[in-house]
Design a protein around this ligand. Sequence first.
Ligand code: F6P
Length: 468
Amino acid sequence: MTNKQKKIVVVSNRVPYKIVRIKESIKYKKSVGGLVTALDPILSKKGGLWAGWNGLVGKQKYAEQTVEMEGGYSVKFLGLSRQDVKDFYHGFSNRTIWPLFHGFIFQSFFDLNYWDSYKNINQYFADKILEEVKGDEVLWIQDYHLMLVPSLLRKALPGSKILFFLHIPFPSFEIFRVLPWNKMILEGLMGADVLGFQTKGDARNFLYNCSRALGMPVDYDTGRLDRGDRPVHVKNFPISIDFKKFDSLAKAISTNNRVRLFKREHKNQKFIISVERLDYTKGIKERLLSIKRFFEKYPEYKKRVIFVQVSVPSRTKITEYRHFKREIDQLVGNINGQFADELWTPINYIYKTIPQEILISYYKASDVCLVTPLRDGMNLIAKEYVSCNPDGDGMLVLSRFAGSADEMQKNSIMVNPYDFEGVADGIKAALEMSRNEKRKNMAALRKIVQENDVFNWANQFLNYSIER
Ligand code: F6P
């Protein structure tokens, strides 16, 4: 069998289906995320399996199973106990790796119980996959929850094609070496034949870490690591979105009706939108302080501009996220209290998950999109916003610390999210940019996202891997 004909086995922390229990029966509800959109057609065509956590807390028997789905591939639901969720998911994945890889060293917890659980759950995932595979499949592991899985699979299947993609940034040597288990993570990842990262910088960081921490010979030009027994290839593959889907939904009559209504209700007002999970890496606090600065510095914009901040609840069981929510609630209250009058409130704060068609209308109705993470692997909101801007009248203000800055910086207003003065000026520049210039920028950005959509991402990664 050639590599191209091989079945695909995807392994990620979460599977693309949610289990919904209705009385005695069980239903599977498909998720709408970008990764699912990209991999679903590939898995349907080639056949295979997608394995991961069922998303439930506690080991419910009914929820640990392999199910043949309609698309022509199977999903293997794995269960985690309450303690596993605490130590593996909330703990090592989201209180150690997540903050550290985003550069938040002092918010990272180095707890031996977390690490033990991470090792155990990675082993559990590997064992469960080994129950299902013959070894002639392409095994594609996703993200920071499962960085030991490549080498665990390699031990059992030395000749298999094993790939890994990291969706978050990979830290510099100075940051990563703080982690007591850094070498084990590097060894774990090197079980793969191909390691994909979001940006060139992430790929370079990984190579440099291998060279410094493990003394491995690396070739920065080709991205090749020499382990002695076999090569490991390291390369950047910036992830993307389904441009066509967002573009056509943005052009739908229902979207246009919603946008028209929205604009009619807010005549003579401009909208600036930000959307993300409520996460401290996204720069929400710094953004709010920049908005405050904007109204202080440019009071002529009072009553003329409304900031729509959509924060999607996320990881709400983790202490840092709870504290962060309280801090943001308070800050929004303070700023609104300071500037609002009886007819206008500067920040329209929404803390919930918004249906996609409504979100698309918000994107389309907004004059500016403010994407200002302190650090982000890619940031797909920037790409969604431009895909929903077929008329080209919007403008993107983008953090230089988002992975998407590599592709989008030329036609966006670039800012440092820690520089409130600079962000306030960036907002003003975006609002005041001529229609011609905005259209030129938006056309260029839309072309970039259209030509590099999520289907290209998946195909490029697989084709590159299969050739090696
Ligand atoms: O960006 C990394 C990521 O793990 C995504 O893959 C995921 O959609 C998002 O964060 C939300 O994470 P969680 O699974 O913890 O809700």
